[in-house]
Design a protein around this ligand. Structure first.
Ligand code: G6P
Length: 621
């Protein structure tokens, strides 16, 4: 799930490609590379480096790479085939060093292709599947050039078709051929690719964000298409070679250059931005949600709420379950998108699924959308990115209005998901006559008050949160427990501890401890307890905590105000304030926990915004 960027027609393609790539580093950042056609030397010059775009720039300086070029391609990698090394970084090339490719995706028939190509004499200089594509083109080009004529467009299109039929998998790529330095060849199957058009300039990228501010006319390539791109011309083809009409959309995408605004990391900035995000949704959300339900009346009659997502977005779905169950009195199920294909779908055609994805580009999420659409289901996308594949493929969309989220670990988008689902539950409950107009209107006020509580208490509880962060930073592992929605909080805490602090943390339903995990409790084991606002759940949680204490386990609690018994039982605790609507209490807990874990990771000197092995947008399955 790498990012690919290309441009053609600008004077200095290098800077354009590099700045585009750095905006797309959310898709992967373990290595990076660039290639352009150098007019003076009449050849394509490549440079690659382990690390992100900053490391690539450094390598350019150190190795005096000065090529600019009217045509260039670049890549940031999240490794799937082959270790993180310079020779596996893209662009990769063929035996003749005349075909250069940057690819995002995974070939499923790579072993077969590698064997076929090796048998016909090709030699490989990387372990990547992308290099195999370059060799396929090398072979195809050889056939054309043997005929000795200038390569025609018809031949290019035929060559694309021939090679694409050899490739199985999900991919998007850009090809730069040294013999045709005024043309980029591009193709996509499943993974996103778009072309932005300027004045005699064309940009190709995995995400339009790469050329935000530079273009307003964009072509989002339809699935299974390929294109021949020149600075002032594009020809688009279906897989069978038939030419397609180019449908250009007018989109103004801006890029927030505001940076970290004085914070040491984007994650901290984004945690602090949560209050503003909730306030924005308190203002715009009720109308957005009411209009959406008005347009899709069948949403009101759903007898079960189905939510789908991955990672923290799936966690947001778990955290929102109580809204539907308490306000609408209907069950809600959460499906992890990664597993959908392996499970039978019993849903009726016409029933809705709420698909949560900050980026709107997560491959597993998009695959689940396609699967559900094949069954005739309706998709409500909840996303932060208006131009995303999810926004385009869903039947209707709710936008988070959260602003760009840069840090890999989702924070403000988690609370944005929850806030939107809170409003949606109120809207459906109202239309089903479960709550009055007054209660529905109160939802926005509750969110606004929640925003204030979060903002105040990140300041008021700062010392307690930092103190606990110091303790956690010393631990090799821990449990995180809670009951019902408290367990949903525990899961999100355990995920964040692993993701950014690299601490092994296992979430466990508090009541399940006695069915196995208690065997691991001794004086060295710490357990983070996520309290419950519900009195019955709280009483039972106390019993579970006693079970840990009697085995000498250490307790660190996130405890709601007024819960003295749990405070007394805890080795350390932080008090979580209860907002006006207690249904939102766990959102305050989540936000405080994110802050605590951020500081744990900071104390450990972790790469917080770009944790090892991860990426913001996971565009591979
Ligand atoms: C990646 C990110 C997570 C995110 C998940 C789902 O794993 O690192 O922070 O929660 O993808 O992303 P989405 O964009 O679909 O919400």
């Amino acid at each position: 799930m790498c990012s690919i960027v290309g441009c053609i027609g600008v004077k200095h393609s290098r800077e354009v490609v590099l700045s585009g790539l750095s905006r797309l580093e959310y898709r992967g950042y373990d290595s990076a590379g660039f290639a352009c056609y150098d007019e003076d030397r009449k050849q394509v010059l490549t440079i690659r480096a382990v690390g992100g775009v900053a490391d690539l720039r450094l390598a350019m300086q150190e190795r005096s790479y000065d090529a600019q070029g009217l045509i260039g391609i670049g890549h940031t990698r999240w490794s799937t085939h082959g270790a993180v090394t310079e020779y596996n970084a893209h662009p990769v090339s063929d035996c003749t060093q005349r075909v250069f490719i940057v690819q995002n995706g995974t070939l499923e028939n790579d072993a077969v292709l590698r064997a076929e190509l090796a048998a016909s004499g090709h030699r490989f200089s990387s372990q990547t599947d992308s290099e195999l594509i370059a060799h396929c083109y090398e072979a195809a080009l050889q056939v054309i050039t043997e005929q000795g004529k200038k390569i025609s467009r018809g031949q290019l299109s035929q060559m694309m078709q021939n090679v694409l039929h050899r490739l199985q998998g999900t991919y998007a790529f850009i090809l730069l051929l040294e013999d045709i330095p005024d043309t980029l060849l591009i193709a996509r199957q499943r993974l996103p690719l778009c072309i932005g058009f300027g004045e005699n300039v064309a940009y190709v990228a995995s995400d339009i964000l790469a050329c935000a501010g530079l273009v307003e006319r964009v072509l989002f390539l339809p699935d299974r298409t390929y294109a021949i791109v020149q600075k002032d011309n594009v020809q688009l083809f279906a897989w069978d070679g038939s030419e397609l009409a180019v449908s250009i959309e007018r989109i103004a995408v801006s890029w927030d250059e505001s940076g970290m605004r004085g914070h040491p990391h984007y994650m901290l900035k984004e945690i602090y931005e949560q209050s503003d995000v909730i306030r924005t949704l308190a203002y715009y959300g009720p109308t957005d949600v009411s209009d959406l339900v008005g347009r899709n009346i069948s949403l009101i009659d759903e007898t079960v709420i189905r939510m789908v997502g991955c990672g923290a977005s799936a966690h947001a779905a778990y955290l929102a379950q109580p809204f539907f169950e308490n306000l609408v009195s209907i069950p809600s199920n959460v499906f992890i998108a990664t597993d959908m294909r392996e499970r039978p779908l019993f849903e009726q055609a016409g029933s809705w699924a709420l698909v949560l994805s900050q980026s709107g580009e997560t491959a597993d999420v998009l695959e689940s959308v396609r699967l559900m659409k094949e069954r005739g289901m309706c998709i409500l996308g909840i996303t932060n990115v208006v131009t995303s594949a999810l926004a385009r493929e869903a039947d209707d969309t709710l936008l988070m209005r959260a602003g760009v989220e840069v840090a890999v670990a989702s924070t403000k988008s988690v609370v944005a998901h929850i806030a939107l689902l809170y409003l949606l539950a109120h809207e459906i409950a109202y239309r089903r006559h479960k709550i009055t107009h007054m209660v529905k209107d109160q939802a926005a006020h509750n969110l606004a008050q929640l925003a204030d509580v979060i903002a105040q208490h990140l300041v008021l509880q700062k010392d307690a949160l930092l103190r606990i962060a110091h303790s956690l930073a010393l631990l090799p592992h821990m449990f995180v427990i809670g009951r019902a929605v408290g367990y949903a909080v525990a899961r999100e805490i355990a995920l964040k501890l692993k993701e950014i602090a690299y601490i092994f943390a296992e979430a466990c339903p508090a009541g399940e401890l006695k069915h196995g995990p208690l065997a691991l409790i001794d004086a060295d084991m710490y357990v983070i307890v996520c309290s419950s606002i519900d009195e019955t759940a709280y009483r039972k949680l106390i019993i579970n905590v006693q079970q840990i204490k009697s085995r000498h386990g250490k307790i660190v609690s996130l405890v709601y105000e007024g819960q003295h018994e749990l405070q007394v039982l805890s080795d350390d605790y932080v008090i979580v304030p209860v907002p006006q609507d207690p249904l939102l209490a766990h959102v305050v807990m989540i936000s405080m926990a994110q802050y605590m874990i951020y500081h744990t990771a900071a104390l450990l000197g972790r790469s917080i915004d770009k944790p090892r092995n991860l990426a913001k947008s996971v565009t591979v399955e």
